[in-house]
Design a protein around this ligand. Structure first.
Ligand SMILES: N[C@@H](CCC(=O)N[C@@H](CS)C(=O)NCC(=O)O)C(=O)O
Length: 221
């Protein structure tokens, strides 16, 4: 589709963890985009024209390039500006970062969906999937026992790529999650949920409509 905007367009959905991680990186990089909130059940034709894949997030660059994978949008943003050093783990060990994403977006996300949305899959497998997903979280807890963040000394790419998904895992059953022996993980997640950064990316926007301008993101007010 033709792109006439002078700033990139981000097609987004507020509660989608993939879109959340893209918005987090865009804010960290200090890049202004036009945010177009969509309803997943009523996707605008312009969104479908931009990306046949039809999943959020999708970034339409001013050049016309379309990026339709959340992790690639994170890299697109942070490769331009990375004032907080989010890419430190990539500079240290790119293979480790790739393996981390493969596990997070692969098996962990599968177990999360089959636990959180068990009625859409096999309800009898919900707890088995919770256990499988929890093994990843136990690994996070072990890491966070030895270092302040998954990315090392400071929260960075690995933290913000995964926090939206860990938030979802907790939402499935907060009492169970909070009762697990994961004190460092609980603190790590709570710090994120209490942060101005989280408030910024979770602002509510009305769904975009054809012919209307999107909103500036991050917003000035
Ligand atoms: N691999 C994609 C996955 C994105 C994705 O699956 N997003 C979900 C929302 S959380 C979506 O758009 N699903 C399409 C739908 O529900 O119609 C990425 O990393 O961006």
């Amino acid at each position: 589709m033709n792109q006439t905007s002078h700033i990139p367009i981000l097609w987004s959905f507020r509660r989608c963890p993939y879109a959340m991680r893209a918005r987090l990186a865009i804010v960290a990089a200090g890049i202004a985009v036009e945010l177009r909130e969509i309803r997943l059940r009523d996707k605008p034709a312009a969104f479908l024209a931009a990306s046949a894949k039809a999943t959020v997030p999708v970034l339409q660059c001013v050049s016309g390039r379309v990026i339709d994978q959340s992790r690639d949008i994170m890299f697109w943003a942070l490769d331009q500006h990375d004032p907080d050093g989010w890419l430190a783990p990539v500079h240290a060990d790119r293979d480790h970062v790739e393996a981390f994403f493969e596990r997070l977006d692969g098996p962990f996300k599968t177990h999360l969906d089959r636990y959180k949305y068990a009625s859409r899959f096999d309800p009898e497998e919900a707890l088995a999937n919770r256990r499988r997903g929890a093994s990843t979280l136990t690994g996070f807890e072990q890491l966070l026992t030895n270092q302040p963040a998954l990315s090392g000394a400071h929260p960075g790419l690995l933290d913000f790529a995964s926090l939206p998904f860990v938030r979802q895992f907790r939402i499935a059953d907060p009492d169970w999650f909070d009762a697990q022996p994961w004190p460092h993980l609980h603190r790590w997640l709570a710090d994120f949920l209490d942060s101005p950064r989280f408030a910024t990316i979770m602002r509510k926007y009305s769904p975009w409509q054809e012919g209307s301008p999107g909103v500036s993101f991050p917003s000035d007010s």
